[in-house]
Design a protein around this ligand. Sequence first.
Ligand code: FE
Length: 297
Amino acid sequence: MARIGPRMAPDFAIDQDWENYSADQHAVWRLLFERQQKLLVGRACAEYLGGLDALGVAAAGIPDFRRLSDILDRTTGWRIVAVPGLVPDAVFFAHLARRRFPSTCFIRRRDQLDYLEEPDVFHDICGHVPLLMNPIFADYLQAYGAGGLKAEGLGHLERLARLYWYTVEFGLIATPAGLRIYGSGILSSSGESVYCLDDPRPNRIAFDLRRVMRTRYRIDRFQDTYFVINDFEQLFAATRPDFAPIYREVAALPDIEANQRLDKDRQAVYATPAGEKKWAVAELGPSLGRKRLEDVR
Ligand code: FE
């Protein structure tokens, strides 16, 4: 976590100091942005691509949070708050519960283009913020913030954190056009944007709240398991019930390893426009998979 400067407010809010990004920092943004633009058409969900477009987040450079916040605020009542890095859980949840998205300001270095364990401004702004233009997702993230404050009091933060991980950061969505990405951790990663949809190895399991709460995750590599929702309404409805009894129920069951498969897992299924049901697993043979990877380079 960054040093606490003299101007740091108790909610960790700082100034983005947009005027002081260097030309090179803007150039790193452009590299990342252009690379993801090529990849994400046909991979990211429509809600994400629509939000990105409406916000006018562009290849031009690192956006000024004040400008984005004004557009977001008019649409769903969210604002972006600049913070120095990861903030304490309670601070993070309190921001979300007030429809404020805490975003880091720094941008990764050129030698970190492909992988970063920590969020940077590209991940936060390009990965998370466009989805906040969607009214249902906007409500979900606010409810998550309130749920975080509650989970902390109940001592079940880890189970709630898994929900965040497997939805907000690494969620997939089965649309009539096929499997798409809505998880921000994937959307800001060029390698995982391809891997999560095309690689035959990871599990793609139909979303199940208790299954998610029991599943461990890895932060140092591409995911072994993705959970697939059908739409944001389903996610919002599934997380609406009081979690207190669910936490107790789940606490009595063993954890599930990130790469484990259970007999009762339902592989995600989606319907094509023709009404045909398809398994949301990579049906590509290895050669076709490789070709797809080459196409996007
Ligand atoms: Fe994130």
